[in-house]
Design a protein around this ligand. Structure first.
Ligand code: ADP
Ligand code: MG
Length: 222
């Protein structure tokens, strides 16, 4: 099992600002699994994803990554686990504004030696249609290009698990399919796992399981 959540919940605020964004949730993700989470805005999807990816602490419950219980991890250990095991494609872009695209990848070389080979990288760049932007800065890219660079960064370090929040939101159909096929190919051929938050009904055919988030409750619907 790549990811296990047991009784994980998250609440914010207190008194009249109190909201339980994620109700106590059990969840399992296996190697080779490609999972979608759909649901309305404000239902708790991003909260779930960032807690599963150790970016936020849950209010209760336990999170196991590759069978290791992370509950007692300090921030340093959490950061190491994120770098090693998790590829994030988040809504707020994870690009470094003052580095060219190719240098963003070089930066990752320093913290993670398990990255793609030159040949593998060239092939992913080709699939994502990013050949022409490797020498550019994030500010020079379109929204769709930035999103695809974020995807390249997420898979570059060979993570066990890919967590993506609306990765195809600003892409046309053709590029959306290319992106999701690339993630699916990573998951299936490299025995990884992915959780993808999406509103994109064009994509449902690519997923092994579909969950719906509603008012903080996560339920499997497909
Ligand atoms: P979604 O991604 O499905 O749109 P979110 O997980 O972002 O939903 O938010 C779920 C609920 O939790 C919302 O009511 C939101 O306002 C609240 N929420 C999320 N993050 C915070 C935060 N840091 N502080 C206070 N409330 C938050
Ligand atoms: Mg969200």
């Amino acid at each position: 099992m790549v990811l296990t959540l047991e009784g994980v919940s998250k609440s914010f605020g207190k008194d009249n600002t109190y909201v339980e964004a994620l109700k106590p949730t059990d969840f399992h993700l296996e190697r080779g699994e490609m999972v979608a989470i759909i649901g309305p805005s404000g239902s708790g999807k991003s909260t779930f994803l960032t807690i599963a990816g150790l970016l936020q602490q849950p209010s209760s419950g336990q999170i196991m990554i590759n069978q290791t219980n992370t509950t007692s991890f300090n921030e340093k250990k959490r950061a190491q686990t994120r770098l090693k095991e998790i590829g994030f494609i988040l809504q707020a872009s994870n690009l470094v504004p003052f580095l060219k695209v190719k240098d963003q990848l070089k930066l990752l070389d320093k913290v993670n030696s398990n990255h793609l080979s030159k040949e593998e990288l060239a092939s992913k760049i080709n699939t994502l249609g990013l050949e022409k932007v490797m020498n550019q800065y994030p500010s020079e890219l379109s929204g769709g290009q930035r999103q695809r660079v974020a995807i390249l960064k997420a898979i570059y370090t060979n993570p066990a698990m890919i967590l993506a929040d609306e990765p195809t939101a600003s892409l046309d159909s053709e590029k959306a399919f290319a992106v999701i096929e690339l993630i699916r190919d990573e998951v299936k051929s490299m025995e990884k796992a992915a959780i993808i938050v999406t509103h994109d009904t064009r994509l449902t055919q690519y997923f092994d399981k579909v969950y719906e988030m509603k008012d903080g409750y996560l339920n499997r619907i497909n």
